[in-house]
Design a binder for this molecule. Structure first.
Ligand code: HDE
Length: 724
């Protein structure tokens, strides 16, 4: 794997140059060997037979080789994370584009020539470790920066807001969301009574519900989703001046979602869809990239935002405070071992470095309690910072000692400070100006168990999100609410949800309510029932284009997957031309047929088939090419799985290109083809019907690429009528 050629962040001070993270991990990495030994290093003579009293006799308890092997096996599992259990991760680096010295003293944000090693773990929130990747859910986006001043963790999500405002509600939220406790169903899904019961009684969830019911909850790829720090944090510069900062990760490949029907089918066909996609992209050298953006709000200016910056159910609209792009994250190496790295990595929003500090966001403050506890119970003791993936690359000195699984052999007799016996004053605390300085925010308020009235507006940003969506995205949100609520058995819960939604937008609520067998939505009933104030802070912006996923600039075919459907008699020249053009543009083309092996082309050659329709259905691809060749087209038209492939791709609004006779396969959709006047003409976005001579002069691939770069053609009509 290419090692970065540039300078890697290394430790400063103490004369103890730390290795970069990869070198550090290599010191703990073992390959396989042909000589088997016990864990004590004793060679094993026979790994197939246990020790017995005679060939047919009982086992002997002195068989320490058997006992060690079985005992270790019985202890191989650790508790999964209470939330965000399903995850995958990768190594990479971060580099800042320009010094941020004006705002923060954080060393890794100063020098554009320095690459800081990172380990990034993506996850779903609700599902268990073995659940499917493409469920409707928020995604975790946790980044560990191994900086020269210690580890900094930015433990965020792919949505900029959260369900609740105060940490004290987190266990309630998660208990409602997780499978119901009496029968442990459903897995990794919010579409059940307890979740919507809770949500309908907590109007502060409304803004986040709009996000989770949108296509943001169905990323096409982890490489194509944004990340957010969610809370306001503080930057603090060397002079001690502080400003608020919100963090954003912007994917270079754009932000794209799956169709809901597609996501559900993928969950069955390939539950590892997202982790496989990430792994394959990195293995093939298509390193995923994100840019780091910050929204900076000067101290004292936060009151001008129009909402409380400490409220984690609010975002700062980009139309109000633009995002400044300050650096780049590249993931360029897959882990060597899932358990050792991805499972044992321990994130904590309290892993800070000098120059970055917390805000008083009550959700963030509550998180600070939780993460160490989570690691203690998952990783079995207080020394989890010594696990290789969690070690800092800078030296670490303190007098914490001993405990389960301690690795470090600490020399000397003094395990306290101050001391004169531990090598003189080696462990003395340096002057007060060094090390992590908490921002000296003045505090003078009475203790109160309560919430600021500035947190009371639960709907205006939900309305902002709704108003900012394209027509197609609005359709998807309505359909998602309907899907979830049709699964809710208790009608009163369905009613409460739509009554709440009426505070977001009456038309939205009415459309959601239509198939639910309940009364028309009534905003007054919601307010009366829950006793919330019908309170809205006037918004400074009514729409924010950055909140929608469609119509964003910069789409590309890079790493997009294109299926080429073939049978005997396929016309190969167009296949080769389109394959070449698309591959040069960075797309991945695969030849599919009903069987593996080869098909014969119209020119009498053999074309290698890479996948079958059964093992790689259309939901695994972004676009479809149906080449010409009369025998091939006729064979595909007579093959149910090929016809279904095309119908399903059409239903999921994917780009389809049919050449010459290949267009016959579109017959069931009602398209016309020049040579077949019986078919009904119905031009539709993202469907290209072409003649082979135009393919060979390059025009078709240009159109095909432009259509694929649009991701999906959500505006396509009549898709509900497609039986796929
Ligand atoms: Fe977490 N969260 N969380 N969370 N969270 C955990 O920590 C918790 C919250 C997030 O890939 C746990 O090590 C509380 C917001 C991510 O390893 C646990 C509260 C955001 C991950 C925990 C929150 C997150 C976690 C489970 C409310 C987005 C996965 C195991 C006060 C900004 C990290 C663990 C990884 C994991 C607690 C709310 C993000 C139990 C109490 C808001 C990405 O400690």
């Amino acid at each position: 794997m290419p090692l970065s050629k540039r300078r890697v962040a290394r430790s400063t001070g103490h004369g103890d140059r730390a290795k970069d993270k990869q070198e550090q991990l290599e010191a703990f990495t073992a390959g396989t060997t042909h000589v088997l030994t016990t864990s004590q290093g004793v060679q094993i003579p026979d790994n197939h037979n246990s020790l017995k009293a005679g060939a047919r006799g009982p086992n002997l308890s002195e068989d320490f080789i058997l006992r060690e092997k079985i005992t270790h096996f019985a202890h191989e599992r650790i508790p999964e994370r209470a939330v965000n259990a399903r995850g995958c991760a990768a190594h990479g680096y971060f580099e800042v584009y320009r010094s941020m010295v004006q705002y923060t003293s954080a060393a890794f944000l100063q020098d554009p020539d320095i690459e800081t090693p990172v380990f990034v773990r993506f996850s779903t929130l609700a599902g268990a470790r073995g659940s499917a990747d493409t469920v409707r859910d928020v995604r975790g986006f946790a980044v560990k920066f191994y900086t020269p001043e210690g580890n900094y963790d930015l433990v965020g999500n792919n949505m900029p807001v959260f369900f609740i405002q105060d940490a004290i509600k987190f266990p309630d939220l998660i208990h409602a969301l997780k499978p119901e406790p009496h029968h442990d169903m459903p897995q990794a899904a919010s579409a059940h009574d307890t979740f919507w019961d809770f949500a309908s009684l907590m109007p502060e969830t409304t803004h986040m519900l709009m996000w989770t019911m949108s296509d943001r909850a169905l990323p096409r790829s982890l490489r194509m989703m944004e990340g957010f720090g969610v809370h306001a944090f503080r930057f603090v510069n060397a002079r001690g001046s502080s400003c608020f900062v919100k963090f954003h990760w912007k994917p270079k490949l754009g932000v794209h979602g799956l169709a809901w029907d597609e996501a559900q089918k993928i969950a069955g066909k390939d539950p590892d869809f997202h982790r496989r996609d990430l792994w394959d992209a990195i293995e093939s050298g298509n390193f995923p990239e994100w840019e780091l953006g910050v929204q900076i709000v000067d101290a004292g200016k936060e009151d001008e935002l129009g909402f409380d910056i400490l409220d984690p159910t609010k975002l700062i609209p980009e139309a109000q405070v633009p995002v400044q792009i300050i650096g780049k994250l590249v993931l360029n190496r897959n882990p060597d071992n899932f358990f050792a790295e991805t499972e044992q990595v321990a994130f904590h929003p309290g892993h800070l470095v000098p120059g970055i500090d917390f805000s008083n966001d009550p959700l963030l403050q509550g998180r600070l309690l939780a993460y160490t506890d989570a690691q203690l119970s998952r990783l079995g003791g207080a020394n989890f910072h010594e696990i290789p993936i969690n070690r800092s690359v800078c030296p670490m000195h303190n007098f914490q000692r001993d405990g389960m699984h301690r690795q470090t052999i600490s020399k000397g007799r003094a395990a306290y400070e101050p001391n004169t016996l531990g090598n003189g004053m080696e462990f003395r605390v340096d002057g007060a100006a060094q090390g992590f300085q908490s921002h000296a925010e003045p505090m003078a308020s009475p203790k109160i168990r309560g919430r600021s009235p500035s947190f009371d507006d639960h709907f205006s940003q939900a309305t902002l999100f709704w108003s900012s969506q394209s027509a197609a995205e609005k359709e998807h949100i309505v359909a998602a609410f309907r899907f979830e609520l049709c699964k809710v058995e208790v009608p009163e819960i369905r009613q409460r949800v739509v009554d709440n939604l009426a505070h977001v937008d009456l038309k939205l609520a009415a459309r959601v309510a239509a198939p639910l067998g309940i009364q028309a939505p009534d905003p007054k009933a919601a307010a009366g029932r829950l006793g919330f104030r019908e309170f809205r802070i006037p918004r400074k912006v009514d729409e924010d284009p950055s909140l929608r996923m469609t119509n964003q600039p910069g789409g590309s075919v890079k790493t997009r997957k294109i299926a080429i459907l073939v049978a005997d008699g396929v016309e190969a020249a167009t296949v080769r031309r389109i394959q070449k053009d698309l591959s040069e543009a960075g797309a991945v083309c695969k030849i599919l047929s009903s069987h593996l092996g080869t098909v014969s082309t119209s020119g009498g050659r053999q074309l290698v088939v890479e996948h079958t329709f059964a093992t790689m259905p259309s939901v695994m691809f972004d676009a479809v090419l149906i080449p010409g060749g009369a025998p091939s087209a006729a064979a595909l038209c007579g093959l149910g799985e090929a016809v279904h492939f095309v119908l399903e791709a059409y239903k999921h609004c994917k780009t389809i290109c049919a050449v010459n006779e290949g267009a016959q396969l579109l017959g069931t959709l009602g398209f016309s083809h020049g040579k077949n006047p019986d078919l009904v003409a119905m031009p539709t976005p993202g469907v290209i019907i072409a003649e082979s001579r135009k393919v060979l002069d390059g025009q078709v691939t240009q159109d095909f690429q432009a259509a694929i770069a649009q991701h999906r053609h959500w505006e396509r009509l009549h898709i509900d009528a497609i039986p796929a």
